[in-house]
Design a protein around this ligand. Structure first.
Ligand code: GLV
Ligand code: MN
Ligand code: MN
Length: 470
């Protein structure tokens, strides 16, 4: 018994001594640690990474192959990509991502809506992890880089760090978010919005259906997510991550035009979406004379023009508005539209200004319905999200990564929304942009040069390394 007790005392003595030494001296003393480990019989501290980040090497051939392979999981022919939430192709693509995460040695978990997490456990797993990621769903007839670069690129960033022999202190986690695009259920950033704690959304999803009247719950079940009656398990608490950073193509022309390698995002514009329905009497397109008509299609057309007018009236180049969906019922050349449906997106970096535009659109919808004798049967603001600011410390970490890697960069805002907009609700957030051809996105011509993708992955890897040791 006595030798055991004295060994215990010796261990404790050495342990306290060690703590004292390390608090006095910030520089890690490897010799002391080794001695400590020899005496105590377990690992006391992970030695800090001694290698050099100057040789961060991205396997761009494999990464490009993965981008190309993933694009084949599509419901429309190449070069277009269409990958809609919980479709067969989406399920196959998800399997592809989980497989890659496994090959990179990450421990994989999925939540009840299919957000996928791949974790590289750090030497201090009790600390909040650093996370990165994006989405792989693709709107109809879009391209193969939107979101994908931020998922496959994140897995490759982990590979880069592993090849270098780097050991993270905080765990590093790659997240593939479910349905950033609103294509199927009309809800943008469904996975990250939910994960960031939207209890309102857990309720809304109970009654949400797609265009075919398939409920969210049934669609999720068909994709293998059978446990989705109670979505509260998806919600994460503020502080679950010490940082979140997303790599993405710019989706605009600035970086390419200015020949700048990297965009460091400082803020994400505030998006809002609105659904509008008009109803009229319809009727025969030949027999009903013009003064007798109340044409729901013309009401929609007039409202679309009013959207443009109110957006331009804001006087700011940062206010944008789009009528991306306009449907007429019954949709026959010889029938006056009896119903029309519009979906309108309004975005701005100034939330107040954007909200004023929404109010003006509402007033126009009311006056158009009155003037044309049609019923405004719905004017629903689906989401009206505030903008998000990047965290200073993450901006600085990305900037210094660019400097160390000798890459030109500029600070910029994101006019597109991203899962980062919602991750900012629970975690300090940042984003890294890479140039894309002519700024094209959401169309098949979307392209990012392999060198630009590789640069983005290197900046991401180095930023993750910095954040994981802070
Ligand atoms: C994201 O896809 C967006 O529309 O901004
Ligand atoms: Mn997109
Ligand atoms: Mn995207």
């Amino acid at each position: 018994m006595a030798p055991v007790i004295s060994a215990l005392f010796l261990s404790l003595y050495l342990l306290f001594n060690f703590v004292a030494i390390s608090s006095q001296n910030d520089e890690y003393d490897q010799t002391t640690a080794k001695t400590m480990e020899a005496f105590s019989g377990y690992q006391i501290h992970e030695p800090p990474f001694q290698g050099s980040f100057s040789s961060l090497s991205v396997d761009i051939e494999s990464l490009q192959r993965q981008i190309d392979e993933l694009s084949t999981f599509s419901d429309t022919p190449a070069p277009s990509v269409t990958r809609v939430l919980y479709s067969e192709k989406d399920v196959l693509a998800r399997r592809y991502i989980k497989n890659l995460m496994g090959l990179s040695g990450l421990s994989v978990r999925e939540d009840a809506v299919g957000n996928i997490f791949g974790r590289w456990v750090g030497s201090e797993p009790e600390l909040a992890p650093v996370s990165t990621g994006s989405h792989i769903d693709a709107i109809p007839y879009s391209g193969k880089y939107d979101g994908v670069v931020g998922v496959l690129g994140a897995i490759e960033a982990i590979n880069v760090l592993k090849r270098l022999g780097f050991k993270p202190k905080r765990s590093l986690e790659v997240i593939m978010f479910t349905s950033e695009e609103p294509t199927r259920f009309g809800i943008s950033c469904l996975g990250s919005r939910l994960l960031a704690g939207s209890e309102e959304l857990t309720e809304l999803l109970k009654t949400t259906v797609d265009g075919q009247n398939i409920s969210f719950s049934d669609a999720a079940k068909l994709a293998g997510y059978t446990n989705n009656e109670d979505l509260s398990s998806v919600l994460l608490k503020k502080g679950s991550y010490s940082a979140f950073i997303e790599l993405h193509i710019e989706q605009g022309p600035i970086l390419e035009e200015e020949a700048t390698s990297i965009g460091v995002v400082t803020a994400i514009a505030a998006p809002a979406s609105i659904k509008v329905d008009f109803e009229g009497n319809g009727g025969h397109a030949g027999a009903v004379l013009m003064p007798k008509r109340n044409d729901a299609g013309l009401a929609a057309a007039e409202l679309a023009l009013a959207v443009e007018k109110h957006v331009l009236e804001s006087g700011s180049i940062d206010t944008v508005g789009t009528v991306g969906i306009l449907e007429l019922h019954p949709g026959a050349i010889n029938s006056i539209p009896s119903k029309s449906h519009l979906e309108i997106g309004i975005r701005d970096i100034d939330e107040k200004r954007r909200n004023l535009v929404i109010e003006k659109i509402y007033q126009s919808a009311l006056s158009i319905s009155k003037a044309r004798g049609v019923k405004l049967s719905e004017f629903k603001i689906v989401n009206q999200d505030p903008p998000a600011l990047s965290e200073d410390s993450i901006i600085k970490a990305s900037e210094s990564a660019c400097q160390e890697l000798n890459l030109s960069y500029k600070k910029m805002i994101s006019r597109a929304y991203h899962d980062s907009l919602f991750m900012a609700r629970i975690s300090p957030m940042g984003m890294i942009f890479i140039p894309c051809y002519k700024g094209y996105s959401h169309k098949p011509e979307e392209f990012a040069a392999p060198q630009d993708v590789a640069n983005g992955v290197r900046v991401l890897a180095l930023t993750l390394a910095k954040l994981s040791t802070s």
